[in-house]
Design a protein around this ligand. Structure first.
Ligand SMILES: *Cc1c(COP(=O)(O)O)cnc(C)c1O
Length: 464
């Protein structure tokens, strides 16, 4: 396979008004320079002088514009984006409906501070969240800026409601980069090392990781619960925070019955059950929220990432009596529920409904999974293929260990991801052991783009 593929449907014009949506936007992968190209390298040099090293970029191509699942860099290279900015542009880069809604809103009101002088868009997003999160009961929301802030507020609300302090999380979890959420993360590098002291009263319990622990859902839940009862004490726990499908951890889909058993234990013990749906929610798995796949009715649901089509917005949504535990003025923030972000979120919800986007997640799974299983059958370093909808992962192991020791193979993942990048595919890694490739394409990705990306991965495997 060559770097330069068939000509694009319509070549990008360097003078095109890059803000004008889908018309004429390329739909194919095309590599025209070395990667990163000279213009990207020039910006990168400036960046190294003024941007903190901690905010490092995994793929240092500088993006000029993007639409659907294609990203165009400043050198004119066209990438198939299978990461979506870590699951943010779920309905596609610069989706026309999001662009139109944000444009209109930006000319009307860019800031009101909802807790001073409110506006309707915030209310509309709360209505949509109440309607689409699992559970048939009165729900309320608070809107904030980022996933970590949603986690912080979820914990804060649960503590106020229960009058308890301790927080339970699962091994391999990722919840953010603020002080509290750092403490809730599993991995030290890169999230915690040297950044302490951390918030206290966080209890890390074993999770369900079917490929590695071989436990049934009931066995894994019994292990989690026994651990928390022993180390934290159920009556001290304000909340248990779980990602129904873990994101950074490597897209582990828990064994059947695991999550419902945890939820039941929480309910029986007065512990607020919080689903961190920041990565798996908002249509990514073919349902509005991934909790639905497991029959979960969380007390609180956390959303962020995909909720506003690329604009910064996050939410805590849940049982009205829990959400109302905070006194007036106890929740909020200057930018939370920004009018432009809420207008974009309304457009995202409308698009999911009116364009039937939930089915696109299932289409993506049906295209990707058979292809990945085909690769697995001929490459014994692919130990596991898993995930739901547009959230699919492959876990790499050392040759010959896939059914025995399952020894992690981070080197293969790094090599494949680098090869894919060089050939015009943005492919994210994941996993606590760095040995997982995750596919988080936007729902706008076409089957042709997916199959083209798979061909690149196949080429990469052949080079190992
Ligand atoms: C990304 C993520 C967060 C943190 O969100 P930010 O917007 O980066 O603060 C929290 N939880 C999960 C599951 C995530 O994937």
């Amino acid at each position: 396979m060559t770097d330069t593929l068939a000509p694009t449907v319509s070549a990008p014009s360097s003078t095109a008004s890059s803000a004008s949506g889908s018309a004429g936007f390329p739909t194919e992968r095309r590599v025209v320079t070395s990667i990163p190209g000279p213009r990207s390298n020039a910006i990168h040099e400036r960046r190294n002088a003024v941007v903190a090293s901690g905010a490092a970029s995994g793929f240092p191509i500088y993006i000029e514009r993007a639409h659907g699942a294609i990203v165009v860099d400043v050198d004119g290279n066209q990438f198939i984006d299978l990461g979506s900015g870590i699951g943010v542009t779920t309905i596609g880069h610069t989706d026309d409906s999001v662009v139109a809604a944000a444009r209109e809103q930006v000319g009307q009101l860019t800031h009101g501070l909802f807790t001073i002088t409110p506006y309707e868009g915030y209310v509309r997003v709360a209505e949509l969240l109440a309607e689409h999160t699992p559970g048939d009961f009165a729900k309320k929301s608070v809107l904030v800026n980022s996933g970590a802030e949603a986690v912080e507020n979820g914990v804060k609300i649960a503590r106020k409601y229960t009058g308890r302090k301790a927080v339970a999380v699962l091994d391999h979890a990722f919840h953010g980069r603020t002080n509290l959420t750092m403490a809730m993360n599993y991995k030290s590098m890169p999230y915690k090392l040297g950044f302490g002291p951390f918030a206290g009263d966080i209890h890390h319990a074993p999770n369900s990781y079917p490929y590695r622990d071989g436990l049934t859902g009931a066995q894994a839940a019994a292990r989690t619960i026994a651990f928390l009862e022993k180390t934290a004490g159920a009556s001290d726990l304000a909340c248990l925070v779980v990602e129904p499908i873990q994101g950074e951890g490597g897209f582990m889909v828990p064994a059947d019955g695991y999550l419902p058993a945890l939820q039941k234990w929480c309910t029986d013990n007065g512990i607020v059950f919080i689903a961190d749906e920041i990565q798996a929610g908002m249509a990514r798995t073919g349902r509005y929220f991934s909790s639905e796949h497991f029959g979960l009715i969380p007390d609180l649901v956390l959303s962020a990432k995909g909720i506003a089509g690329g604009l910064p917005l996050a939410a805590v949504t849940g049982r009205a009596e829990i959400m109302d535990a905070s006194h007036p003025g106890g929740l909020g923030g200057t930018f939370g529920g920004n009018p432009v972000a809420t207008a974009a979120a309304v457009a995202v919800f409308d698009s999911i409904e009116s364009r039937g986007l939930l089915a696109e997640a299932t289409r993506i799974e049906n295209t990707l999974v058979p292809e990945l299983r085909r690769l697995q059958s001929s490459h014994d370093i692919i130990g596991d293929v898993r995930g739901i909808g547009a959230m699919i992962a492959i876990e790499f192991v050392q040759p010959g260990t896939g059914t025995t020791t399952k020894e992690p193979n981070a080197a293969a993942v790094a090599a494949i991801s680098t090869y894919a990048f060089q050939h015009g595919v943005i492919l994210l890694t994941a996993g606590t052991m760095g040995n997982v490739i995750r596919f988080l394409p936007s729902l706008a990705v076409t089957d042709a783009q997916l199959l083209d990306a798979i061909s690149v991965i196949e080429d990469a495997l052949a080079t190992l």
